[in-house]
Design a protein around this ligand. Structure first.
Ligand code: COA
Length: 227
């Protein structure tokens, strides 16, 4: 179990954020038995996400699609082959792929097949959705990096430092090991949040016909300062 990292003594730049941070529950690696709760938390966190609204038309389909998607991500991708961080009381999760993880192969595509049932309802928007997925994949940098696949906090608990704490173990490791990190964001509001964690926008994608806008963000490591 890891205590969320606190700012250095003497750093008084943001006392409110510091107080919020102090109330964050301890964070830890997620386990198989957390999956059902994590799926629900992530589905709630992403219910109003522009990509989720675009991909899964209609309320019931969106809940079903989000639950299936996060179930697949957790069970078949990131718990086994990546790192999943959560809080002791499962108030959010960060799902990471380590550097060098090969792109999804046939086995992963097979696991994704239950999602197709939801996506076919897109009708004429299906090519745009397929184009979005292909473009996201194409833009993924080739340079080795930690990939933040998903970050979400329980909606009622957002803005209290949980998301920042969930990012910290891997970002600290990135700095120690000199490795960059990468993510895609579909909410403009998140850009400032990620900028505070030293991610920079490197590109943007507008999905045609009123689809969502995506931002691509990259973070160079900063070596820990010597004492
Ligand atoms: C983005 C997210 C993970 C941040 O988690 P969090 O626990 O609220 O993060 P923190 O408390 O450490 O930081 C809060 C900051 O996040 C940003 N933020 C984005 N959406 C927010 C929301 N709905 N509520 C509060 N803060 C939000 C703000 O910049 C906020 O800073 P502020 O207090 O100065 O406005 C969380 O808001 C979330 O789950 N959003 C929905 C899913 C999502 O968009 N995930 C990111 C995909 S790229």
């Amino acid at each position: 179990m890891v205590r969320p990292s606190m700012r250095r003594v003497g750093d008084t730049s943001d006392d409110a954020a510091e107080r919020a941070h102090a109330s964050v529950p301890p964070i830890r690696r997620a386990r198989d038995e957390d999956v059902a709760s994590l799926v629900e938390v992530l589905a709630r966190a992403f219910y109003d996400d522009p990509v989720a609204s675009f991909m899964f038309a209609g309320e019931r389909r969106r809940w079903r699609g989000l639950r299936r998607f996060f179930g697949i991500q957790l069970r078949h991708m990131y718990l086994a082959d990546g790192e999943v961080w959560t809080t002791d009381d499962i108030a959010g999760a960060a799902l990471w792929a380590p550097p060098g993880k090969p792109k999804p192969g046939w086995r992963d595509l097979w696991h994704l097949s239950p999602l197709l049932r939801e996506l076919v309802f897109l009708g004429r928007r299906l090519p745009d959705a397929a184009g979005l997925l292909a473009e996201v994949d194409r833009r993924r940098p080739r340079q080795p990096h930690w990939y933040l696949a998903t970050l979400g906090t329980e909606p009622a608990r957002q803005g209290h430092g949980i998301g920042s704490s969930l990012l910290s173990p891997v970002l600290e490791r990135c700095d120690q090991e000199g490795l960059p990190a990468y993510l895609e964001s579909s909410k403009e509001r998140n850009l400032a949040f990620y900028a505070r964690h030293r991610f920079e926008v490197t590109g943007q994608l507008d999905v045609p016909r009123g689809g969502p806008r995506l931002w691509f963000m990259w973070r160079e490591p900063r070596p820990p300062t010597l004492p």
